[in-house]
Design a protein around this ligand. Structure first.
Ligand SMILES: Cc1ncc(COP(=O)(O)O)c(C=O)c1O
Length: 405
């Protein structure tokens, strides 16, 4: 083992702390001096491990105490095997070039495309931004629906590009005919069309037929970005992933992420699947900065299908049960194909969200123009229980005050 090697145990401390100290070259004297210096600066050391900074402690405690139902995360985190792979990859932390477990090839193989069809990103969020940088320069516009994953539109505004935003239908579907019509009417100015499928925040899918209709009825040189962040959760047989269009060489970019089904949001890893000429156009705008841990973890996470299956079963059970419980209280939800859903509160969500927060439950933000709908992510069992308790508490109170007022 090299002198510089810092093992996982040295980070986490515990029973092997003494061995770890030896690995780190820390004698008891050095450690005592280190503890003294840390204490003077208000820092508490975990035995054999990393310092914990007191000033942050209250923030950490407050964050950890929340039920996290606001950001469509996976409440269980990465599969155990991915954590093992990331722990192993720590040994490359100081490198620029290192074996990366062939992550790009593994993604390509797993999706039935050659390696040159893949562009890695620090989360699929980076891929969405790269789309804007590549295709929205020179006063181009992006066409999409509202509400949808707004980061595409805010990035476009940030780089002085325009957005053409179409409303959802009354049943919350994306109206593909209107998208085609708006794209064709503005064809010369459209940089790309954005389709979030399934859509965030509604959880509603576009069918395979609708995607085909869109691609077949707009000019073939207009890129279409199909954001499939929640692809793994979909069960509707009318839905289909869009990678087949990439294989056909159509001007389609499919964005995928390890943040949702694989529980690796904070690791920042996602990718685009697109024809190689599009990947080449996009590459100059990407940072190429996916970290070593994320690369190793991603491969292990993809391989651990049992873990994904457990997550899907949990998600389905708690989404359907919570929607049913809300219905029994008189609140309708939009049927969802994802790890979140929207419930119609029939009143502005903003004050209700604050009331949830006061009860230690973080729920989704405002999604204009659907300001009466609350987006709820599926958390673990305990979090879902806390959500329902808070819901009864808050909505009963607001109902009573409405009736008495
Ligand atoms: C639809 C959609 N696309 C992309 C992202 C970005 O995910 P990430 O950058 O973590 O891969 C999100 C995150 O919530 C999302 O909901």
């Amino acid at each position: 083992m090299s002198k510089n090697h810092v093992s996982r145990r040295a980070f986490v401390g515990g029973a092997t702390a003494a061995a770890a100290l030896g690995t780190l070259g820390l004698t008891p004297d050095i450690l005592a001096a280190k503890e003294r210096r840390a204490a003077e600066r208000g820092i508490r050391l975990i035995p054999g491990g990393a310092p914990m900074l007191r000033p942050w402690q209250s923030q950490v405690d407050a964050y950890d105490a929340l039920a996290h139902l606001s950001s469509n995360e996976n409440p269980f985190g990465p599969p155990e095997k991915a954590i093992d792979a990331m722990t192993y990859a720590f040994k490359y932390s100081m490198r620029y070039g290192y074996p990366d477990n062939n992550v790009q090839q593994r993604i390509a193989d797993g999706h039935g495309v050659p390696r040159d069809h893949i562009l890695m990103g620090a989360g699929s969020g980076e891929i969405l931004n790269v789309m804007g940088l590549t295709w929205l320069a020179h006063d181009k516009k992006v066409v999409g629906v509202e509400p949808s994953y707004g980061s595409v539109y805010s990035h476009a505004s940030g780089i002085d590009a325009e957005t053409i935003l179409l409303p959802l239908e009354a049943d919350y579907r994306q109206n593909v005919e209107r998208m085609v019509e708006a794209t064709n009417r503005n064809a010369r100015d459209v940089g790309f069309v954005y389709v979030c499928n399934p859509n965030n925040p509604t959880g509603v899918t576009m069918t395979a037929d609708e995607i085909a209709y869109l691609l077949d009825n707009i000019p073939e040189d207009i890129p279409v970005l199909i954001d499939e962040a929640y692809h793994h959760f979909v069960e509707d047989p009318a839905y289909e992933e869009s990678i087949k269009y990439v294989r056909e060489g159509r001007k389609v970019v499919v964005a995928r992420t390890f943040s949702k089904i694989y529980g690796m949001a904070a690791m920042r890893i996602g990718f685009a699947i697109a024809p190689p000429d599009m990947i080449q156009e996009m590459r100059p705008y990407s940072t190429g900065s996916v970290n070593a841990l994320a690369r190793w973890g991603a491969v292990a996470a993809m391989d651990d299908t049992a873990s994904s299956d457990r997550m899907l079963a949990h998600n389905r059970k708690w989404r359907e049960q919570t929607i049913a419980d809300l219905a029994s209280l008189g609140y309708e939800s939009i049927p969802s194909q994802t790890n979140f859903f929207m419930v119609n509160l029939r009143q502005p969500v903003a004050p209700i969200r604050r009331a949830f927060r006061e009860r230690g439950v973080a729920v989704g933000r405002d999604f204009p123009p659907m300001l009466d709908h609350l987006r709820v992510s599926i958390g673990n069992e305990e979090e879902m229980g806390r959500f329902m308790n808070a819901f009864e508490d808050i909505l009963q109170t607001s109902l009573m005050s409405t009736q008495s007022g």
